[in-house]
Design a protein around this ligand. Structure first.
Ligand SMILES: [Zn+2]
Length: 355
């Protein structure tokens, strides 16, 4: 099973070159079994014979997987025709959907990946540290470091002042190890947490670029992992929200100055297809009818029966899904927003890498 952002690019590339509906995308919470049966019936009633055969074989594989694993909050992308089977897990509740199309349906996955971006959490005190790397809401890496510092000096031993100096020195040495470890694992989106002063001392010791990458410093007990995981997600969600607002401001400014912005479906789609889009901003829940040709990887809005590029019969499409696919395929950062301004700009917009 993969985390939600690991397979996006692969899923964006794979498709049926004959424009046949041979890919099944199932987003499933693991509870409502009637949902699958009902969608299956509906789909079976509209597919042509060849597609129906593939669909039934694909569903057999999916159902066998579900029975064997009893998973919850996952997505399965499968096609018997293409011998393709990929399962992605989600850290939060998934809205049920079963889509049959010429390619995997990735928009809900892209929205999830946008909402649950990667970050690093450092939980530390003066002699113990844990570094967690989160991706898509799940821990993908965990490092633990500890130092052995005696907290009390024996009676008749060292003088208090000398002991305090040594203790400070060894705390410093320990924190330096943690700084080195963090330098190896993170560049930005760092959250520092822990009890007392150690996290502040640690912050001061970080190189400037990592200091700039620290989003928040949180006071918490070393045992409060659950609590800090939740709080970290909230911090990241807040940060994401701010970033989206900033992005929209940059796009608006670039539209005014005729800079590196692109907006509206046709222009943005074209730029994404050319690999020019650095960041794509999409209105959440917006859909628009369009057409696509998987044979030559063309797409457009409106209705077209045959492909203007290669002449093949087209498939019906949600043009925003196609836009997201082009963007993921060309390594754009894809963001979703409910901000009213994106509607006025034309439902989608992007910042270009070059013009
Ligand atoms: Zn074509």
């Amino acid at each position: 099973m993969k985390a939600c952002n690991e397979s996006l690019k692969d899923l964006a590339i794979i498709h049926d070159e004959e424009n046949m509906d041979t890919f099944v995308s199932l987003y499933f919470d693991g509870r409502d079994e009637h949902f699958i049966r009902n969608r299956e019936k509906a789909v079976e009633s509209v597919l042509n014979r060849e597609e129906l055969e593939t669909f039934m074989k694909t569903m057999e594989k999916i159902k066998t997987y579900l029975e064997g694993h009893k998973p919850s909050d996952i997505a399965v992308f499968a096609s018997d025709k293409h011998d393709y089977f990929e399962v992605v897990s989600f850290p939060a509740e998934v809205e049920n959907a079963l889509v049959v199309d010429t390619a995997p349906y990735i928009r809900p996955l892209a929205e999830f990946a946008d909402e649950w971006q990667a970050y690093t959490l450092v939980l530390l005190n003066s002699n113990h540290a844990k570094i967690f790397t989160f991706s898509c809401g799940e821990i993908t890496e965990e490092e633990e470091l500890s130092a052995h510092i005696k907290n009390r000096h024996k009676k008749g031993g060292m003088s208090q002042a000398r002991f305090q100096r040594l203790r400070k020195g060894s705390i410093h040495a320990f924190l330096k190890d943690v700084v080195e470890e963090l330098t190896r694992t993170a560049e930005k989106d760092i959250i520092l947490a822990g009890p007392g002063e150690a996290k502040k001392t640690f912050y001061e010791m970080l190189p400037k670029n990592l200091q700039e990458g620290v989003l928040s410093v949180v006071d918490v007990d070393m045992g409060g992992e659950r609590e800090i995981f939740e709080e970290s997600h909230e911090i990241m969600a807040e940060r994401e929200k701010e970033e989206r607002i900033e992005l929209l401001e940059v796009i608006k400014k670039d539209i005014l100055t005729n800079g590196l912005a692109v907006y509206g479906i046709p222009a943005t789609l074209n730029a994404a297809k050319n690999g020019q889009v650095e960041v794509l901003l999409v209105e959440k829940d917006y859909k628009q009818r369009g057409w696509k040709c998987e044979h030559c990887q063309s797409a457009g809005d409106g209705i077209l029966a045959s492909c203007p590029v290669c002449g093949k019969e087209t498939a019906e499409a949600d043009i925003v899904e196609e836009l997201v696919r082009f963007a993921e395929e060309t390594d754009s950062l894809v963001e979703f927003t409910s901000n009213e301004d994106i509607k006025r700009i034309g439902h989608v917009a992007g910042l270009l890498r070059y013009k």
